[in-house]
Design a binder for this molecule. Sequence first.
Ligand code: DGL
Length: 256
Amino acid sequence: MNNSPIGIFDSGIGGITILNSIKKILPNENIIYLSDNLNSPYGNKSKDKIYKLSSKNTQFLIDNGCKLIVVACNTATTNSIEELRSNFKIPFIGIEPAIKPAAIQTKSGMVGVLATKGTLSSRLFSKTVNDHAKNINIIEQNAEGLVELIEKGFFDGNKIEKKLKKYLFPMVDKGIDHLVLGCTHYPLLIKTIRSLIPKNIKIIDSGKAVAKQTKILIQKNNIESNLIEVKYLFYCNGSPKSLNTILNNKFAINSI
Ligand code: DGL
């Protein structure tokens, strides 16, 4: 048993989609969430820079007593999880685009992946495609600019729609039947995405799988918490505006 918090970080508010899934299946756990929004977006940064930021975020969460770290960012996971695991003695959970389930389920053999440049160009992403989707047509799309808009508080409207149409319509024309949301920010656009693409296209993200994996790792390491009343703490190093919006002003945001 261990009542220390779970630590979650992202380059901004995207990881809140993961926090929501974790809260549901681990209701007795305290959680500390860190938004490194001062350095957002991570998507166009070098692997080295992404590792340095991820390492700093990890250290912050460890210093605040966390027992396990969830890297709630596909870009940070695909560019730094191996190095994080070898440099810190704490269990890590990462998130990667859900290529495997999409490859198993597709009938058309065409799968669209919306992600950042950093994720799509990573070695881990290529390995996942190679291991699980060798005979599938994976249509990759770098969704340049979406994270920036989301961090500014845009979840729908003209600006978001214009970008989404540009990124999604070519995939739809190619006949995808699955769309993988390979960035934790994109599920925040689900309503707009759903309204723009045909109903037969299944949209998948990795949120639930990550939460499940977190529970498994907590049980495996014997670090479950038995708290009746839990606490969620939120930190950011940039403006607290986006976190306040996504959390409906229900929590105090700590500035660091
Ligand atoms: N939420 C991050 C991800 O899953 C956003 C990346 C970024 O900051 O560009 O990839």
